[in-house]
Ligand binder design. Structure first.
Ligand code: PHE
Length: 360
């Protein structure tokens, strides 16, 4: 085998042996690059005699062309193989569900959802939203609400007290949202129409009671507000909240120091095993307390009871959430169990509105 034949055989073998386009490029540079083996031989042509050149010129050119062709062919093969491999490994299953972003995965707690729903309904009825502190004074939680010192109704509240302060007062965790009635009325002039949702606390714990729970207070005070307004407002609210026209309520006489007369409200329901259905059946379920604001409460807020009167109501938010969303145990609300939250929670971007649907 002549030297040229040997070089050609070696280069072609090297070309065939390459496995990647990068390897192939190395072989090409080694043979045809500026300092490649074949390029070096071409440089030698200049020093040859015309006879030698006549023979070697075409031989070298032929060699260069054949090696170039072989490299191009191998390059196409490798390119094709690389593409095949990518197609085989980078499979996309278009039938898989779209992966959710963090904001889509996050869940709104059912209590927050319920408060948002309640707020949406009452804002639509023209109510403002007010707030008060969780840590209250005896005055706002009891006294201004017509619970005189030593009144037995105070005992029924299972109040959490703080240690006595130097001035002899004892702050407490509010046992209901009613203190917001007086706090808000003190700040401005009647008429009033607002709700006050928030945290409330009583020393109690079982399947249907937790030491912390939630209420929404409602207060309407004007010159001629009467019980008909109260009944209509509650019916309207409960229909919108339970998203059914079938809601039926009844008033039962009751007692609260801060309302006179006082009533408890029951909704018609059906009990099917553990399930409670609102708006059907022959059973009744107590869901809120209400009444006409006691004149002494108006006086506490410097409002003349001969000129103004109104109604108030207080609803347990946790209870409403359990009823609407079929949540059997109240304690789960406070356990921050992610699996529970994923099951019972709501999409962060589905803000409840009356127009768009409260819970869908
Ligand atoms: N504050 C009362 C409670 O917690 C509920 C209530 C509010 C009753 C307003 C009447 C009027 O039991």
């Amino acid at each position: 085998m002549s030297d040229l034949e040997k070089i050609e055989a070696d280069v072609l073998a090297a070309v065939q042996a390459t496995g990647t386009e990068k390897d192939l490029e190395e072989v090409r540079v080694g043979a045809l690059g500026k300092k490649g083996s074949i390029s070096e031989l071409m440089k030698g042509l200049g020093k040859m005699t015309p006879e030698e050149r006549k023979e070697m010129g075409p031989a070298l050119n032929g060699l260069k062309t054949r090696v170039g062709d072989a490299i191009a062919a191998r390059k196409a093969e490798l390119h094709e193989a690389a593409l095949e491999e990518r197609l085989a490994t980078e499979k996309v299953d278009v039938t898989l569900p779209v992966r959710q972003t963090p904001i889509e995965q996050g869940r709104i707690h059912p209590l927050t959802q319920t408060m948002d729903e309640i707020t949406a309904i009452f804002c639509d009825l023209g109510f403002a939203v007010e707030e008060g502190p969780d840590i209250e004074t005896d005055y706002y939680n009891f006294e201004a609400l017509n619970f005189p010192e030593g009144h037995p109704a105070r005992e029924m509240h299972d109040t959490f007290y703080f240690h006595e302060r130097e001035d002899g007062t004892r702050p407490l965790l509010r046992t209901h949202t009613s203190p917001v009635q007086v706090r808000t009325m003190e700040k401005s002039e009647p008429p009033f129409r607002f709700i006050a949702p928030g945290r409330t606390f009583r020393c109690d714990s079982d399947q249907t009671h937790t030491p912390q729970f939630h209420q929404v207070e409602g207060l309407v005070v004007d010159r001629d507000t009467h019980m008909g307004h109260l009944k209509w407002t509650l019916e309207e609210f409960l229909r919108a909240y339970f998203e059914t026209e079938g809601v039926e309520i009844r008033f039962r006489p009751s007692f609260f120091p801060f309302t006179e007369p006082s009533m408890e409200v029951d909704v018609r329901c059906a009990r099917l095993g553990n399930e409670i259905r609102i708006g059907e059946g022959d059973d009744w379920l107590e869901i809120l307390g209400c009444g006409m604001v006691h004149p002494n409460v108006l006086k506490s807020a410097n409002i003349d009871p001969d000129e103004f009167q109104g109604f108030a109501f207080g609803v347990g938010i946790d209870r409403l959430a359990m009823l609407k969303y079929g949540i059997p145990d109240l304690r789960a609300f406070f356990e921050t169990d992610l699996r529970w939250l994923r099951h019972y929670g709501f999409a962060a971007l589905d803000v409840p509105t009356l127009a768009g649907g409260l819970s869908s």
